[in-house]
Design a protein around this ligand. Structure first.
Ligand SMILES: Cc1cc2nc3c(=O)[nH]c(=O)nc-3n(C[C@H](O)[C@H](O)[C@H](O)COP(=O)(O)OP(=O)(O)OC[C@H]3O[C@@H](n4cnc5c(N)ncnc54)[C@H](O)[C@@H]3O)c2cc1C
Length: 381
C-alpha cells in the first residue's frame, strides 16, 4: 500500500468528486483533499433525478457497458455500506425502471433482452396488457410494449453525494467547500508534472495526484495549459416536483416510469419528480466562460411545459397534480467525444480527468471512482 507519493487533490465535489473521494478513502496511505467553490451537490448533481439507466440502456459492450455494469455492482455494495457508516439514509427506489416503447418494431428490445440474459441481468418484455396490469396509471394509448428492468434503480443524488462526503470524511478525507481553484500548478512551463492547485484566495495545495472532477469547470481550468483541449459544454435540463393526493397505481409497485425520454420518478406519498428537458444553448459561447455566465443560460419555459404535457400523456392522473416547484441544471457534455472523459494524460501522467459525464453522472460515479483508484494505484506501484 502506498506510503509515498500519496497526496491527492480532487477538484469538484459533485457526485463524481465525492464518489472518487469515498473510493480513495479506502486506500491506506493516501492523504486526500477535495476542493470545491461551493457545498457538495450544488451544480449538475443538485439538479439530477438519479435514474440509473444501466441494464436498460442499449450499450452492450466495450467501455460504455463495462462502466454501467461496474457501477450497478458497486452501488449494491456502497448503499448498505454507506448507510451503516454514516447513519444517513440514502433514498433509493429499488422497484426498477419501466420503459414504455411506442415502436412497432421491438426487435432491438428482444435482442437486448437476450444479451442481458447472457450477461446475467434480467430484462423483461411486457405486452401492453401486462403494462396495464402492473401499472394501471399508464395510458396504454400507442404503447407497444413495456421493457421492465428490475435491477436498474433510482437514487437521490444529493443525499447520495452528502453520504459519500460524510463517509469519506470519517475515513480522513479533508473537504474545503469555499475555495474556487483558480489554476493548476506545474513544475515548469512544459506542463509535464502537476504539483498541485492554487485557489482563488491564493492558497497553494501541493499534490502528487490532481483529479479533475469539476464538470463544467473543467475547460476553464485546463484551457491555459499546454494540454490537449478538453471542451466540456453545458446542456440545460429542467425538471419539476409534483404532488398528487396519493400515489398513482399499485402502491406496492412504484417503479420509475420512462417514455419518450421523460422520467416519472416516484418519491412516496403521492409526490413525483418529472423531467428532464434536454436543451442545447442557442448562442455559441466559449466554454472557458466564467460560472456566472454559464449560470445565466436561460431555461425555456416552453420546453418544460412540453415535458409536463408528455408526462401527463404517459400517466393521465398527473393532470390533477399540483406543481410544487421547478428547477434547472447544466449537464457537462464533452464536445466531439463520448461521455465521460476518463483520462490520465500521457503528457502529464499525474493529472487525471474524471469529468464530462453528461446525462449519466449519477449512474457512472462508482465506476469512475474505481477507474481513478486503479490509475493512482498503478501509478504509485
Ligand atoms: C435535470 C437533470 C437531470 C439529470 N438526471 C440524471 C439522471 O437521472 N441520472 C444520471 O445519472 N444523471 C443525471 N443527470 C446528469 C448528472 O447530473 C451529471 O452527469 C452529474 O451530476 C455530473 O456530476 P459531476 O460531479 O461531474 O458534476 P457537478 O455536479 O457539476 O459537480 C462539479 C463540481 O465542481 C465544482 N467546480 C467546478 N470548477 C471548479 C473550480 N475551478 N474550483 C472549485 N470547484 C469547481 C463545482 O462547483 C461543482 O460542485 C441529470 C442532470 C440534469 C441537469
Amino acid at each position: 500500500m502506498p506510503t509515498d507519493g500519496g497526496r491527492v487533490v480532487i477538484v469538484g465535489c459533485g457526485v463524481v468528486g465525492a464518489a472518487i473521494a469515498y473510493e480513495l478513502s479506502q486506500v491506506n496511505g493516501l492523504a486526500i483533499t477535495v476542493v470545491d467553490r461551493q457545498p457538495p451537490a450544488r451544480a449538475s448533481t443538485g439538479a439530477a433525478l438519479g435514474v440509473l439507466m444501466g441494464v436498460i440502456s442499449q450499450k452492450t459492450k466495450g467501455r460504455a457497458w463495462n462502466l454501467r455494469q461496474t457501477s450497478l455492482r458497486r452501488y449494491q455494495q456502497w448503499l448498505p455500506e454507506l448507510e451503516a457508516l454514516t447513519e444517513q439514509p440514502v433514498p433509493v427506489n429499488r422497484q426498477g425502471v419501466l420503459l414504455l416503447s411506442f415502436e412497432e418494431d421491438l426487435s432491438k428490445w428482444e435482442t437486448l433482452s437476450s444479451i442481458r440474459q447472457q450477461q446475467g441481468w434480467p430484462l423483461e418484455l411486457w405486452r401492453p396488457a401486462q403494462v396495464g396490469d402492473r401499472c394501471p396509471q399508464v395510458s396504454l394509448n400507442a404503447v407497444t410494449a413495456g421493457i421492465y428492468s428490475p435491477q436498474d434503480y433510482q437514487i437521490d443524488p444529493t443525499a447520495l453525494t452528502r453520504a459519500l462526503v460524510t463517509g469519506a470524511a470519517q475515513r480522513g478525507v479533508q473537504f474545503d467547500f469555499s475555495s474556487p481553484v483558480a489554476s493548476l500548478e506545474f513544475v515548469d512551463a512544459t506542463g509535464q508534472r502537476c504539483v498541485g492547485v492554487r485557489t482563488a484566495q491564493g492558497d497553494r495545495l501541493l499534490a502528487d495526484w490532481v483529479v479533475i472532477a469539476s464538470g463544467l469547470g473543467t475547460t476553464p481550468l485546463l484551457d491555459a495549459l499546454p494540454l490537449p483541449k478538453i471542451d466540456i459544454r453545458p446542456v440545460l435540463g429542467q425538471a419539476m416536483r409534483v404532488k398528487l393526493g396519493e400515489p398513482m397505481g399499485d402502491r406496492t409497485f412504484q417503479p420509475v416510469i420512462t417514455g419518450d425520454d421523460i422520467h416519472i420518478v416516484p418519491l412516496g406519498q403521492g409526490e413525483y419528480w418529472i423531467g428532464a428537458t434536454v436543451e442545447f444553448p442557442e448562442s455559441d459561447f466559449s466554454t472557458t466562460d466564467s460560472f456566472s455566465k454559464l449560470e445565466a443560460i436561460a431555461a425555456n419555459p416552453a420546453a418544460l411545459e412540453t415535458v409536463w404535457e408528455g408526462a401527463i400523456a404517459l400517466c393521465p392522473e398527473l393532470s390533477q397534480a399540483e406543481v410544487l416547484h421547478t428547477w434547472s441544471g447544466l449537464r457537462p457534455r464533452p464536445a466531439n467525444r463520448p461521455a465521460p472523459v476518463l483520462e490520465r494524460l500521457n503528457t502529464c501522467p499525474n493529472l487525471i480527468l474524471a469529468t464530462g459525464h453528461y446525462r449519466n453522472g449519477v449512474l457512472l460515479a462508482p465506476a469512475t471512482a474505481e477507474w481513478v483508484k486503479g490509475e493512482i494505484l498503478a501509478g504509485i506501484e
